[in-house]
Each structure stands twice: as structure tokens, then as C-alpha cells.
Design a binder for this molecule. Structure first.
Ligand code: G16
Length: 544
């Protein structure tokens, strides 16, 4: 079939955000909208000819249609081969794993992560480079610039490919390899962790675990790895069949949205260990019996226990965290005598540090943890890491966390999200705080002295790229911090995120409730930014 050139017109709203282009499904369904973004991406990659592309998504509504379109466009744009997950499925971490394993030129991942799906939900697409990680800003900006002028795209005139059958097919000259989406990833996990020890824990007749796949992509991965390869009892994985609308849920593994799991983990006779992952499988939430582990604490605890994991026994090269993530991991890095890196929000900022061997573990407060095994955060990897620690230490989750606090002190932490506020209000609020940054240092607020106040910027130590405007930080003399930031992943108005942290070493206060321990800072965060006054909201949409 010949490739054809289709006349189109530029779209003005195709600038990728924190993680690719995310929009309402209906936006993506506009004629030429997806095609324009894909062509803008291909045009930004002049050396793509004759190369291999990886393709897959989290199975959300529109995934199937978009996959076929992209396959035809890849054929018309000179790719020699596309490796695609069966049924068009690949979790984000699995896509990163496959890109690296088969030394592909890059990959397109179709997902809007934890955002709801379905015809009225969100869709998304992002490009990952040959290292398996999200494209850096110089590429995403080039894609955006190209999209502003693009008025034609190239697509093969061929029919849809049968994506149900594993094996080789062709579109014109291009080879399409349909692979099992789980196998390569499962093998990678087995090479990192002590599977026999985890199997012994899961099969000891006492240990109970629950994993909530939230009707999204991690279901098949969790069934295969936890139940089949590691012998966990059938039923360990709940909500394990991916659905295009995620059963009308919100597949964000936090205390609000993972309610099935949270209910069970906080009931009498709760399982020993609970975990959940998100829409595309890169996030994780870790729970013990009636115990929640904050993502920031989780990163610190993984780092402090990494010597128990086969792949990390050689030692960690460094730890990296996004700026709003609590400073708990910094204390572990200090103790281990390894570098600690603070980056802007967005996994893409870890890529250079990982490629350059400057860090081994990375983490974000937004329920993301990962390592140099791939270049994306990785939900099931974090779950297996915890299982490996539990198998080695034979203690409860709560005991491990409390012991950690006794040794390192506790970083109390909470995040307040105000979702879907009008953009104008969000801008007014942020510029109001920004205007005060210069006068804040030296002032005493919430019983503490402010030592610095700035708008976070970052110079990448590897390529010296400079990123500015990454969140307003107010730091106090006792280690406490208040941070204001606008989300880069929302699709509805603006989402204001307020990150609140304090540091406590007094033994008698280590087990205090976080909301109470942070009450004075929470109050200050509202009055300082005039949140209630400007937005009219008297409570956040989500507290984590
Ligand atoms: C994405 C990025 C993460 C980031 C998160 C939250 O996660 O990959 O690095 O921390 O968004 O971003 P924001 O605060 O701007 O909404 P995911 O899981 O949505 O791909």
C-alpha cells in the first residue's frame, strides 16, 4: 500500500506537560489531532529512518484506535520495525524495559497515567528516547514548536493489524513484532530481586498480601509475577483485569482513590502488606497492616535497605528526589556517604543522572520510585523491593518504618491538592506568593524562622540545561518546608499542589498523626498564599 500525504492544520495546544501530551479523549478524537502530534514527534527525530520503535499503552479508551494510526504513520515515516505489545498493551515501565532490552531507537507510550479514562476521560501520548526514559525538554519543546506549523502528515493506506496474535506482521516495508507485554519485564524483575526469598515469604502460610491493580495495566503483570512466578495465593491481586475506562475509577494509588485496598488494609485482621499501582503501572502505594508509608519515606527506606537486594548489594551511586519530595532520603544519603540530587518534578529530570551513573535510586512524592534498571518509575518494582525487604528482615511494615524514624528522625509530610481551580485564580495565587519571596527570609512564622524563599531552578549537572520556575519554596531553620506548585499533568483548569513538611527527632513525637504534627504549617500555607480567600475553597480536593 502506498503512503499518502494528508493535508492538515496546526494545533496551538500540543505542548507536552510534566509527562507527555495529556488531553481529554474528545480533544484527541478531533480529526488530525493525534496524527499531527505524532508527525511533529517524528519530524523532530530526523535520524529515525530504518530504526526500531516500541509502541504500547495502558489500554485506556482510544488506545486501540491510536495504536493502529501510529503503526500506519510509523510505516510511512521510515521506521524499519515497530515492537508492539499484544493488544497494544505495555505498562510504562515495561515499555522502558523493552526499549532498552531491544536497543530500540525510542518508543511511544499511550497513557494519561493515573487520570481517569473512558470517553469522557483523558488520553495521552509521550515519546521515550533510546535510554528508555521520557524525552528531555529539548525534544519535547522541538515537538511543540514543530506542531505549531505542521500542516501535513504521512500515513500508510494499509489495513488494521491483528494485534491479538503474537508474532511478525508487516505494514508495507515495515516489520511489526507483536510481543507478550509481560515476559521481558518479568525476567528483568527476577534478575534484580531475590525471588526464592520472596516466594518463601508469600508461601509461608501466614503472610497475607493484597495488590490492587485498580482495573488498569498492572493487572496482567501482577498476576504473572506475584501469583504465578512467586506463588502468592490466587486472589492476592484484586481489580486485575484492565478495562478501557478503568471501571470508571481513578487509578491513582493514594489513600483517596485506592479505596478497595485502603478499606481492607485498615480493617481488623488486615493483610500484612498492601500495594497498588496506577493506570500505566509506574506509580506505587505501599501499606502495612493499618499503616500508610508515604512515598517520600518509602524512598528513604528502600535506600537504607538496598544492601538486602541482590542487584543493589554493590552499593548505591547516589539518590535523587524531586524537589517537593520530603528530605527523608537526604538523611540516608548522608549516612551512606553518597550524593543526593534534588531535581524538578518529572521523571525526565532523572534520566541524565541515571545515564551518567550519578544515581541508582530515584523517587518522587507523587507515588513514584525507581532505579537505574530502567528509565521510568516502576510500580511493581517498588512492591517487589518492599517484599524483598520484608522477606529479609522478617518484620512488619510498621516496625521497619518506625525503626527507620528512630534512626534518622521523621519527616512529617503531607500534600494538599486543589484540583480544577480556574487558571486565573491559580496564577493570582502563585504570583502573590512569588511577590513576597524576597521579604520572607528572616521572618518568623509558625514559630520558625524562614531561612530561604525562592522559585526553584535547576541546572542539570550532565548537560548544563537550565530549568526555571519549578515551584515556590519556603524553607525554615528547623528543616521544615512549604512548597507551592502548579501541576503539569492536569487537564481541567489548574491544580494547585501545596507540599508541607517538618522534621522531628524527639522520640515521644515520632508516632504523632501527620495532620496534627503539621497543623501550624498547614494553617500558614493557607494564609500565606491566601488560598481560601482567592479560590473560595475551604478544603483541598485530595490530601495525601
Ligand atoms: C508524572 C511524572 C512525575 C510527576 C507526576 C506529577 O507522573 O512522570 O514525574 O511527579 O506526573 O506531576 P504534576 O505534579 O505536575 O501533576 P505520572 O504518573 O502522571 O506519569
Amino acid at each position: 500500500m502506498p503512503s499518502i500525504k494528508i493535508a492538515s492544520h496546526p494545533f496551538s495546544d500540543q505542548r507536552p506537560g510534566t509527562s507527555g501530551l495529556r488531553k481529554k479523549v474528545q480533544v484527541f478524537q478531533q480529526p488530525h489531532y493525534l496524527e499531527n502530534f505524532v508527525q511533529a514527534t517524528f519530524d523532530s527525530l530526523p535520524d529515525r529512518h530504518g530504526k526500531t520503535l516500541v509502541l504500547g499503552g495502558d489500554g485506556r479508551y482510544h488506545n486501540d484506535v491510536a495504536i493502529q494510526t501510529i503503526l500506519r504513520m510509523a510505516a510511512a515515516n521510515g521506521f524499519a520495525k515497530v515492537i508492539v505489545g499484544q493488544h497494544g498493551l505495555l505498562s510504562t515501565p515495561a515499555a522502558s524495559c523493552v526499549i532498552r532490552k531491544y536497543q530500540a531507537f525510542g518508543g511511544l507510550i499511550l497513557s494519561a497515567s493515573h487520570n481517569p479514562a473512558g470517553i469522557n476521560g483523558d488520553f495521552g501520548i509521550k515519546f521515550n528516547t533510546a535510554n528508555g526514559g521520557p524525552a528531555p525538554e529539548k525534544i519535547t519543546e522541538a515537538i511543540y514548536t514543530r506542531s505549531l506549523h505542521l500542516d501535513e502528515y504521512f500515513i500508510s493506506d494499509s489495513r488494521d493489524i491483528d494485534l491479538a496474535t503474537i508474532g511478525q506482521q508487516h505494514i508495507d516495508e515495515m516489520q511489526v513484532a507483536i510481543i507478550d507485554p509481560v515476559t521481558d519485564y518479568a525476567e528483568l524483575m527476577a534478575s534484580i530481586f531475590d525471588f526464592p526469598a520472596i516466594r518463601a515469604l508469600l508461601c509461608n502460610g501466614r503472610f497475607q498480601m493484597r495488590f490492587d491493580a485498580m482495573h488498569a495495566i498492572t493487572g496482567p503483570y501482577a498476576h504473572e509475577i506475584l501469583e504465578k512466578r512467586l506463588g502468592a495465593e490466587l486472589g492476592t491481586v484484586i481489580n486485575g483485569t484492565p478495562q478501557p475506562d478503568f471501571a470508571q475509577g481513578h487509578p491513582d494509588p493514594n489513600l483517596t482513590y485506592a479505596h478497595d485496598l485502603v478499606e481492607e488494609m485498615f480493617a481488623e485482621n488486615a493483610p500484612d502488606f498492601g500495594a497498588a499501582s496506577d493506570g500505566d503501572g509506574d506509580r506505587n502505594m505501599i501499606l502495612g497492616s493499618r499503616f500508610f508509608v508515604t512515598p517520600s519515606d518509602s524512598l528513604a527506606i528502600l535506600a537504607a535497605n538496598a544492601h538486602l537486594i541482590p542487584a543493589y548489594q554493590v552499593g548505591l551511586k547516589g539518590i535523587a528526589r524531586s524537589m517537593p519530595t520530603s528530605q527523608a532520603a537526604d538523611r540516608v544519603a548522608e549516612k551512606l556517604g553518597i550524593p543526593m540530587h534534588e531535581t524538578p518534578t518529572g521523571w525526565k529530570f532523572f534520566g541524565n543522572l541515571l545515564d551518567d551513573g550519578q544515581t541508582t535510586l530515584c523517587g518522587e512524592e507523587s507515588f513514584g520510585t525507581g532505579s537505574d534498571h530502567i528509565r521510568e518509575k516502576d510500580g511493581l518494582w517498588a512492591v517487589l523491593f518492599w517484599l524483598n525487604i520484608l522477606a529479609a528482615r522478617q518484620q512488619s511494615v510498621a516496625d521497619i518504618v518506625v525503626e527507620h524514624w528512630r534512626k534518622f528522625g521523621r519527616n512529617f509530610y503531607t500534600r494538599y491538592d486543589y484540583e480544577a481551580i480556574p487558571m486565573e485564580q491559580a496564577k493570582q495565587l502563585m504570583s502573590g506568593v512569588e511577590a513576597r519571596l524576597a521579604e520572607l527570609p528572616g521572618m518568623v512564622m509558625a514559630g520558625r524562622t524562614i531561612t530561604y524563599a525562592d522559585n526553584f531552578s535547576y541546572v542539570d549537572p550532565v548537560d548544563q540545561s537550565h530549568t526555571t520556575g519549578q515551584g515556590l519554596r519556603i524553607g525554615f531553620d528547623d528543616g521544615a518546608r512549604l512548597i507551592y506548585r502548579l501541576s503539569g499533568t492536569g487537564t481541567d483548569g489548574a491544580t494547585l499542589r501545596v507540599y508541607i513538611e517538618s522534621y522531628q527527632t524527639e522520640e515521644s513525637k515520632l508516632l504523632d498523626d501527620a495532620q496534627q504534627a503539621l497543623a501550624d504549617l498547614i494553617e500558614l500555607s493557607d494564609s500565606l498564599a491566601r488560598i481560601t480567600e482567592i479560590t473560595g475553597r475551604d478544603a483541598p480536593t485530595v490530601i495525601t
